[in-house]
Ligand binder design. Structure first.
Ligand code: ZN
Length: 181
């Protein structure tokens, strides 16, 4: 299996609203497998379809490399909808494969309820908290065309500007393949 180049800040597709997946066919399933492969090669724990240049409403998550989540099963969420968010907010430091070398504290609801489909077209509704809720919300943002800089304080976003420009100009060298400018 080959890795797919990962889109980075400035690539237009990262600003698009994801289109729902109409048919979960063999082609879609093959692409999902390629997303898992690409994510693991890049040492990521979550990846949305538009991060590999695909406008599709789905993302993959594999938390098993995170300490304490070794038994967590990899999951793909197709056509997900967050249906509930806790009032309690928490701050976590986040990174993103589309924002190489940037880490930032982001405030988000502590827990959520999300509804989604799996590759067998079975509907699920689960409650997630802690790291799982965090990664889900980060990936869900990608499907709305949103990224970390849209979720931080204006001050922090300003401080990030230089780094964002470096990413857009490809003046960075992450140890995974990114799209060409
Ligand atoms: Zn991301």
């Amino acid at each position: 299996m080959s890795v797919l180049p990962i889109t980075v800040y400035g690539d237009k597709i990262l600003r698009e609203i994801a289109k729902p997946i109409e048919n979960i066919d063999g082609e879609v399933i093959a692409k999902i497998q390629q997303m898992f492969f690409t994510m693991r090669q890049a040492s990521g724990i979550g990846l949305a379809a538009n991060q590999v240049g695909w406008n599709g409403k789905l993302f993959v998550i594999d938390l098993s490399p995170v300490e304490g989540f070794e038994d967590h099963k990899p999951v793909v969420m197709i056509n997900p909808e967050i249906v509930e968010k806790s009032d309690e907010l928490v701050i976590f430091e986040e990174g993103c494969l589309s924002l190489p070398f940037i880490r930032a504290e982001v405030e988000r609801p502590e827990s959520i309820v999300i509804r989604y489909y799996d590759t067998d077209e079975k509907e699920h509704e689960i409650e997630a908290d802690d790291w799982f809720a965090r990664v889900i919300q980060h990936e869900y943002d990608h499907l709305l065309g949103k990224m970390i800089p849209d979720r931080v304080t204006p001050d922090l976003k300003k401080k990030m500007q230089k780094e964002l420009l470096r990413i857009m100009k490809r003046q960075i060298e992450p140890d995974y393949i990114i799209t060409e400018k």
